[in-house]
Design a binder for this molecule. Sequence first.
Ligand code: NAX
Length: 345
Amino acid sequence: MSRADFSLYSNAFPMSNTLPPIRVAVTGAAGQIGYALLFRIASGAMFGPDRPVILQLIEAPVEKAMKALEGVAMELDDCAFPLLKNIIMTDQPEVGFKDANWVVCVGSVPRKDGMERADLLKDNGKIFIGQGQIIDRVAADDARVAVVGNPANTNCMIAASQAKRLTPDRFTAMVRLDQNRAQTQLAKKAGVDLTAVKDIFIYGNHSPTMVSAYCNATIGGKPVSEVITDHTWLQGPFFETVGKRGAAIIAARGASSAASAANALTDHVRDLMTPGKVHSIAVKSEGHYGFDPKVWAGMPVRTTTPGAYEIITGQVLCDFCKGKIAVTNQELVDERAFVADMISG
Ligand code: NAX
């Protein structure tokens, strides 16, 4: 591979490890989440300590963003990560997605003051039409896509709808940050170690309507509602804290969650590459748990082979969570209707 093969900014290192490198394309690489994410990928946190990686970094065609990306690449160089075999920087998605085994779509247009969610849906939807088509055309045959840029579920649905070669199961959206937030809140309330909380899964949209289904989770092997007997808290402040955590972080930090989002994406991809793992991701619902079959909704899955999963069906949900699922499903259906002209097929 030479610089000319990929981009003006390509920066090749000699290859040495035994496993072939995995090509990871990251959009929005110079943004906040990108800055926290790239170092985790390059260090081996996402694909393991034996798997070399090539980072294919994609930014908006804006001078400031590309300049910032150069600075991030310099810092990556300065970390001397043994697993990092190459850094490609580009503002051309055709170059950045080429032969990628994993594509993580973080880049998006941020919500500006006075902007309605509907405008956000339209602006970002346009990006995901083009990216879905290009990923489908140039990414590797085994390509997997994880969408983080908001509105993540609907962006993912739009991108997947554009693909003819890659099947819908290759496209997932991230709800893992919500799962991690819910796990921590339950552990804190119960006064137990985080690891005592098991099987807390997120259903629905990555938005304040998402459902942290505590009714199937356990704490120290017991149902959550036996350990936390304050059911008013479970159905009120618990849901609100998890659902509105992003806003609380903006209010406190003056910027949206970045390190925790990058960490959640690392968890999302790593668990999707690890057979046997059970975790929450947003996938094409296929009608499970009462969701519209065409929307991408968070739900529990089990990783079968690296990058592939099966939806865990048959979780029995309480009436409270079922009611909440109806609400988050309606939001997803409304979002789908709003971007109907962007969905192919
Ligand atoms: P930033 O605004 O810091 O970074 C976004 C980057 O994307 C910018 O550098 C921008 O130049 C780039 N970009 C814009 N359009 C692009 C395009 N067409 N191609 C390539 N790059 C493009 O945002 P950041 O804080 O990093 O957040 C990124 C996205 O993640 C936002 O949409 C945010 O709402 C979303 N989040 C999603 C979460 C989830 O759990 N699914 C949680 C965290 C986060 O809020």
